[in-house]
Design a protein around this ligand. Sequence first.
Ligand code: CP
Length: 309
Amino acid sequence: MISLENKDIISILDFTKEEILYILDISKRMEEGEGSSEILKGKVLANLFFEPSTRTRLSFETAMKRLGGDVVGFDELGTTSTVKGESLRDSVKIIEGYCDIIVLRHFLEGASRLTADSVSIPVINGGDGASQHPTQTFVDLYTIKKEKGGLENLSIGFLGDLKYGRTAHSLAYALSNFGAEMYFISPPSLRIPKDYLEELESRNVSYHEVESLSEVSSKLDILYCTRIQKERFSDPVDYEKVRGIYKLSKAVMDELNVKEDLKILHPLPRVDEMDESLDDTSYAVYFQQAHSGIPVRKTLLAMVLGAIK
Ligand code: CP
């Protein structure tokens, strides 16, 4: 029995392999329709989004409502008292009196940890700056497990913006529990930061850094494609240098040497790195991936709020 009751979800590194597998198992049962639909009746989620979001915010909202709970919150900083100068700490100390759980998305790394340290209700990190996005990782793992039948010993390529891509950071950490061989494919300016590599090394992960997908494509079971995060560049000239550097399409895939059962994931949104022609190929699972946000986030909310032990 694994309990997440009252636990914060800030970093994927806070979860053991056993906890991860247990959460994925409950998520599967949740998707299959097991359990009451009213288990969170009377509970209130505060969705505090200081950065734009479609999937994370709406899937948390849907998950909460489908389990009988209510949702309050905001989706842009401009409508909050932050613009009058209120600190994040003061804001969340007030909001904790209005709700039972907080999901926070913030542009600053460490904002979720600060919030968790400031309030006595559970806090879920919905993405903090370029750091981590742990609930996306549970969605990604759920998708990979479903597509591949398991998580052990897979070869995974992370493609694109590995410097700012928080989803790639969290997923690499999570897969370090499962003997993954990792290929980090990026231009030199967007390589995965050293801190992440050092953590992976301490976990005995075998990894490779390359610039071109074609160098490693034949080895991959999973290709995790990411958007170049324009909003995180301090100099627009630097963004222009890497804009559009990787463009996957059906035609590109036809030319590449890849495994027949390769699956392509993407946390979305996409910009120009994946053409719509890819959507109908057997490789594409990113829409299913986004839809898995519902059972996975239902599970996380229900477990943290103590409705599922
Ligand atoms: N994958 C993800 O975090 O998407 P949103 O930014 O739309 O929430």
